[in-house]
Design a protein around this ligand. Structure first.
Ligand code: CP
Ligand code: NVA
Length: 303
């Protein structure tokens, strides 16, 4: 049966750790320029309704390094933009492609596509979740800290798709997660309910960013207005101003804490230039690891 990756909950804890192991091996092979073409003759489609630098390029390069090929599909150049139903597109593309990465607004649309597709569907970000990024961030943490268990991870800012995926990750892997969000901007109810049913996580939601940062091993943040929320940008800038990750917030974390941001970042808004470019920032390692971790995902789902 085909496997999809729409949410971190689609993977077991053992599968997540196996992905980290394979990503580490693939990273080493790529650094040593050893060929590792396990997807020869396979084609990956990338169906993107939103802009992307990292997700698009890391998947395209990743499948190429694995011996396969990719096709970038934007709605304006396909019949999707002219209203061809999702369920038809899913069944047609399944007859050409061996897998597809979808970046879109509605998570329901992604689920509908996956329901009708007979090929693996990978979530390249929806308004609700961004699993490939959070899996990569967890992999980056294992490289840096040698473990995830027992760590205290802080999320400071919007309760957005990244925050939601962190909550599901905590429920799968059991680390402590403290989110500081302004009132009314917390994580999605559906995700909290889902995490509650799965159990396993130690998730706390607070208002004060300092409470989240206190003793944290990892400080995480993201933009205050995600793609699709451009009209709310001015209002959000004011509401989120007390949630900037700056030197003061960082000083409350553990001495060896790392700072994470999935990028793109807005310096001077959710994070200061000093912290983003500072010695505790691992943002470019995160960006690089998208390539290695997603190659492990492609092998697992399309191999
Ligand atoms: N972090 C991330 O998903 O970046 P892109 O929007 O550039 O793909
Ligand atoms: N939360 C951001 C992440 C971008 C990678 C967004 O959805 O725009």
């Amino acid at each position: 049966m085909k496997r999809d990756l729409l949410s971190i909950l689609d993977l077991t804890r053992e599968e997540i750790y196996a992905l980290f192991g394979r990503a580490r091996a693939l990273k080493d092979l790529q650094k040593r320029r050893v060929p590792h073409q396990r997807l020869t003759g396979r084609t990956l489609g990338l169906l993107f309704d939103k802009s992307s630098t990292r997700t698009r390029v890391s998947f395209e390069v990743g499948v190429y390094q694995l011996g396969g090929h990719s096709i970038f599909l934007s709605p304006k150049d396909t019949q999707i933009g002219r209203g061809e139903p999702v369920r038809d597109t899913a069944r047609v593309l399944s007859r050409y492609l061996d897998g597809v990465v979808i970046r879109t607004f509605s998570h329901d649309l992604l689920e509908e596509f996956a329901h009708y597709a007979s090929i693996p569907v990978i979530n390249g970000l929806t308004d609700l979740l961004h699993p490939c990024q959070v899996l990569t961030d967890l992999f980056t943490i294992t490289e840096r800290k040698g473990r995830i268990e027992g760590l205290r991870i802080a999320w400071i800012g919007d309760g957005n798709n990244m925050a939601n995926s962190w909550i599901l990750a905590s429920s799968r892997l059991g680390f402590e997660l403290v989110l500081a969000c302004p009132p009314g901007y917390g994580p999605h109810r559906k995700v909290l309910d889902l995490a509650g049913r799965e159990g396993g996580g130690k998730v706390k939601i607070v208002e004060d960013p300092r409470e989240a940062a206190e003793g944290a091993d990892v400080i995480n943040t993201d933009v205050w207005a995600s793609m699709g929320q451009e009209e709310e940008y001015d209002a959000r800038r004011k509401i989120f101003a007390p949630y900037q990750v700056d030197a003061g917030i960082l000083s409350m974390a553990a001495d060896d804490a790392v700072v994470m941001h999935c990028l793109p970042a807005h310096r001077g808004e959710e994070i200061t230039e000093e912290v983003l470019e500072g010695p505790q920032s691992v943002v470019f390692e995160q960006a690089e690891n998208r390539l290695h971790l997603q190659k492990a995902i492609l092998e697992k789902l399309m191999g």
